[in-house]
Write a protein that binds this ligand. Structure first.
Ligand SMILES: Nc1ncnc2c1ncn2[C@@H]1O[C@H](COP(=O)(O)OP(=O)(O)O)[C@@H](O)[C@H]1O
Ligand SMILES: [Mg+2]
Length: 103
């Protein structure tokens, strides 16, 4: 069983650098998420949800700030095999009902 750690996010900042400019995707984001929490990150397109999850999973390195998982940095915490990603897809209730009928 996977144990969900205490996640401490402190002043996390991430800037994407493109050829022509710099995009501030995260600007000093802080959160303190207790162990075994179920958390939803909600916001409009482009507000930085995916970027935050990429930093938490070690895919991207923050420009500034830090993330601690049970007191350990992402590099120290071995995340291999412990993080999964699910994409949301539009769901048609009518289609779902029809599918259920045929089951
Ligand atoms: N690889 C990238 N290079 C440059 N800018 C990016 C890149 N990925 C995302 N961005 C920009 O960073 C901001 C946050 O994007 P993102 O984290 O994908 O938001 P969300 O997942 O909430 O829609 C947006 O302005 C987006 O255009
Ligand atoms: Mg996204």
């Amino acid at each position: 069983m996977v144990t969900v750690p205490h996640i401490l996010i402190e002043k996390l900042t991430l800037q994407y650098r493109t050829k022509s400019n710099t995009v501030a995707a995260l600007d000093a984001v802080s959160m303190d998420i207790p162990p075994r929490s179920f958390v939803s990150i909600v916001g409009p397109s482009g507000c930085g949800k995916t970027t935050l999850l990429k930093v938490l999973s070690g895919v991207l390195r923050a420009t500034r700030g830090r993330v601690l998982l049970d007191g350990r940095s992402i590099e120290e915490a071995n995340l291999s095999g412990k993080i999964g990603q699910y994409s949301s897809v539009p769901c048609s209730c009518r289609g779902a009902r029809r599918s259920a009928t045929f089951c």
